[in-house]
Design a protein around this ligand. Structure first.
Ligand code: UFG
Length: 333
């Protein structure tokens, strides 16, 4: 069986997908600079430590892709903080666009025919209509979303010129942890809602800041479509099967179609943990659209994808279990 290259395979969504692939006896090689990834999350798969935006990346990619036959790349390795992208756009263009281009060029040099890309709802910008379908205009409002969209365009152009087929998976709010409790979200620093709410409930933070309670939503807080990380992982496996079977390039949203407000998330964390989440209302965070909810009808129809963790309560249970398992994050990092 041909091998799979997984960039960012030691990171949050990448590591859950690697586990899913290893359980299917796939041969996985991870390329990760470990700037956000964790060795313990890689499940024993080989990690080639390399920075996609580093000066030696072409050589590193040639070494890996030249030593055996690869039939696809799963590309998670990217910078993914909206706020940081506004402050440091160079980092985002160098990594997400420049690094991505190095990857595609290496695939062309070594004849790797297919790529699955971690894209994002941030490519849509402020939605004109909700729920958001794949044909919604893509007008990103921050550098993060723009760099992800540029890479989608690059893939489109390289398919025409070089025949590389691809699937763009546009995640909404990735969250939760593996149901076994040993893999999960460990960003340093953490800035995502569910882990922060868990940390506040555990007393590891004085409080959670609610970024705005005066939005035009029923309770005044932002609404998001929270999708469990294992449901994302399974979608990658289905995308891989699709491309291996000769399927055409395509883009798919990944959400549950259910919107939950910040206050609903906090309530769920309180119910699951049995503890109070101390909170304070803070100013709005810039670049936060009031409501982002997907329709994932297309991926359900084309791949038969169905979320196993559609309920917010169940998602939060897994996130809480991981936090209880590793209150200080992954060990030995
Ligand atoms: N929030 C708070 N307090 C916090 C953290 C978050 O109120 O301490 C709110 C945010 O304002 C937002 C919601 O909780 O309304 C979710 O925030 P996250 O930071 O968990 O996630 P985002 O919605 O910002 O991020 C997601 C994806 C990004 C994508 C972005 C598009 O993770 O990849 O949506 O807006 F770019």
């Amino acid at each position: 069986m041909a091998a799979l290259l997984v960039t960012g395979g030691a990171g949050y969504v990448g590591s859950h997908t690697v586990r899913e692939l290893l359980e299917r006896d796939e041969h996985v090689v991870i390329l990760d600079d470990l700037s956000a990834g964790h060795v313990v999350a890689a499940g024993g798969a080989e990690i080639v430590r390399a920075d996609l935006a580093g000066p030696n990346i072409a050589r590193s990619l040639d070494e890996v892709l030249g030593r055996e036959s690869f039939d696809a790349v799963l590309h998670f390795g990217a910078k993914a903080y909206v706020g940081e992208s506004v402050e440091d756009p160079e980092k985002y263009y160098r990594n997400n666009v420049g690094g991505g281009l190095e990857l595609i060029s290496a695939m062309v040099r070594h004849g790797v025919p297919a790529l699955i890309f971690s894209s994002t709802c941030a490519t849509y910008g402020n939605p004109e209509r909700v729920p958001i379908a794949e044909d919604h205009p893509q007008r990103p409002i921050n550098p993060y979303g723009r760099t992800k969209l540029v890479f989608e365009w690059a893939l489109q152009d390289f398919e025409v010129a070089r025949g590389i087929r691809h699937v763009n998976l546009r995640y909404f709010n990735a969250c939760g942890a593996h149901e076994r409790g040993d893999l999960g979200e460990d960003h340093r620093p953490e800035n995502h809602l569910i882990p922060i709410a868990c940390e506040a409930a555990m007393g590891k933070r004085a409080h959670l800041s609610i970024f705005g309670d005066d939005y035009d939503t029923p309770d005044g807080t932002c609404i998001r479509d929270y999708i469990h990380v294992q449901d994302l992982a399974v979608a990658h496996v289905q995308a891989l099967e699709h491309l291996r079977g000769g399927g055409a390039s395509a883009s798919f949203n990944l959400g549950t179609g259910m919107g939950h407000s910040v206050l609903e998330v906090i309530d769920a964390v309180e119910r699951v943990s049995g503890k109070e989440v101390p909170r304070e209302v803070a100013p709005r965070r810039s670049g936060d659209p009031p409501r982002l909810v997907a329709t994932s009808e297309k991926i359900r129809r084309v791949f038969g994808w169905e979320p196993r963790f559609p309920s917010l309560e169940r998602i939060v249970e897994t996130a809480w279990a991981f936090k209880e398992h590793f209150p200080d994050g992954y060990p030995n990092d």
